[in-house]
Structures are given as C-alpha cells and as structure tokens.
Design a protein around this ligand. Structure first.
Ligand SMILES: Nc1ncnc2c1ncn2[C@@H]1O[C@H](COP(=O)(O)OP(=O)(O)OP(=O)(O)O)[C@@H](O)[C@H]1O
Ligand SMILES: [Mg+2]
Length: 229
C-alpha cells in the first residue's frame, strides 16, 4: 500500500524572485500556505508588498522560481485559467460605479460570477444595510471600503489577496474585517494581506519584506536625464 505523505500546500512559493522596472523587488521568497492559512506582508513603503500580491494574482510573473497551486505552476496558461477563478483581489482602487446603488455595486460583481442572493446579506453584514439603495456616490471613504469588503463576501472565492484592506475603516470596520477574515479561514479560505496597520489575524505567518532603495543610476538613466534637461 502506498504511504501517504503530508498534504500538499494549497499555495507554494518556491524560491520566487520578481523584478519590476529592471530592479529585483522580491528575492528568493519561500512560503507555503494550506487551506485556512493566512500570510501578512509588512514592510516599508516601496518594499514590495503590492508587487507580491500582483504576482500572486498573475499580473506579473516571477523572474525566477515558481508559484504552485495544488502543486501546479500557475504560469502555465491552463493552470492559470483555473487558478484565477480562485482569487478575490481587493486593492486601493475601489472599482465602484457612482451611479449604481450600493447594493447594485455588489450585485453586479455577483452576477458576473453567476451567483445570486449573497449581496444583500453581505452589504448588511458590512453595516451598509441602510445605504443599500442609495447611489454609491454618496459613500464616504470608509463606506467605500466596506462596500469592497461586502463584495469579497458576496463573491466568495477561496483565495483573498488584500492590499491595505483596513485603510479608511473606523475601529468597528476593522473588527468586521477581522471577523470576515476569521470566518473565511474557518471555511478553509486563504488570506494574504499587505498592511501597515495592525489587523488581528490569528496564527498568521508574517513576511516582513526588507526596505528597498532606488538602484544606482546607470549610464542610460544619466543620458535620459540629460535628454530631459
Ligand atoms: N508600475 C510600476 N512600474 C515600475 N515599478 C514600480 C511600479 N509600481 C511600483 N514600482 C516599484 O516597485 C517597488 C515596490 O513597490 P510596491 O508598490 O510593491 O511597494 P509596497 O510595499 O506595496 O509599498 P507601499 O507600502 O507604499 O504600498 C517600488 O520600488 C516601486 O517604485
Ligand atoms: Mg502597496
């Protein structure tokens, strides 16, 4: 009888490096995340947290190493096609349509997923129930963030990639964020969060990215500058 090994991590970053603008931003990152796992990315401005999330979302490719999902390299187009359906990306850009109502802004995303019925409970959970039928242009910054979080819950995909999700939230909003992350993980979901602000996430792995400094000027940079002056 074959001996069963430990379960594969759902996500594995195997010696991953990533370049942007001809500079190495992430260097030899090794992380494994199982279902229900959480990874918190910290580090100074420009250290590469958003780049990490973008790379996980497939917006940029590792320049070395591999990102494996269920043991398969996500840079393979067939694998990526399936992998991207697992992802829920929350960025600093709200993607909110002002002329739609708060509820419609969530329902629209749910519809794109061919799902139904989760938008209103999600809007209510995020404390926007009384604003559900108001136009989204009425929303404050923190309320916009709550709307984005309502989408996460309504769409309900397994891997959450969250870039600074607590920005603009009040203290109740941060507690709600912590709650929905905990509930998502209980159902086996994975959360990767880039944040400067403290967010309580039980047993999260923390990856502190080292500070980065602008590279030294190359000859071609100097020639570019000379052209501009
Ligand atoms: N569109 C881009 N093109 C080229 N380089 C970029 C681009 N966006 C960011 N960078 C560079 O990549 C590096 C990492 O940026 P990144 O946005 O990942 O940092 P961050 O840790 O998320 O910072 P912050 O805390 O400010 O959000 C920085 O040096 C930045 O200048
Ligand atoms: Mg960032």
């Amino acid at each position: 009888m074959p001996v069963r090994g430990p379960p594969l991590p759902r996500l594995l970053l195997d010696n991953v490096s990533c370049m942007r603008n001809a500079q190495i931003i992430l260097r030899h990152v090794n992380v494994s995340i199982h279902d229900g796992g959480a990874l918190v990315l910290t580090g100074t401005n420009g250290s590469g947290k958003t780049t990490f999330l973008r790379m996980m979302a497939g917006f940029c490719r590792p320049t070395a190493g591999q990102i494996l999902w269920n043991g398969h390299d996500v840079s393979d187009s067939g694998v990526y096609h399936q992998y991207r359906l697992q992802l829920n990306w929350l960025s600093l850009k709200h993607a909110i349509t002002d002329k739609l109502t708060v509820l419609e802004n969530v329902q629209w995303f749910e519809l794109l997923e061919s799902k139904m019925g989760k938008s209103l409970p999600a809007v209510e959970l995020m404390g926007l129930g009384r604003l559900a039928n108001e136009k989204a242009r009425m929303l404050s910054m923190g309320q916009r963030k709550r709307l984005q979080l309502a989408r996460l819950i309504a769409i309900d995909r397994p891997i959450w990639l969250l870039d600074e999700p607590s920005i603009a939230l009040d203290s109740d909003g941060v507690k709600l964020l912590e709650y929905i992350i905990a509930e998502h993980r209980k159902r086996g979901g994975i959360v990767i969060v880039a944040t400067h602000l403290p967010i309580e996430i039980e047993d999260a792995m923390v990856l502190r990215l080292p500070p980065r400094f602008p590279r030294r000027m190359t000859l071609s940079d100097m020639l570019d500058r000379a052209d501009m002056s």
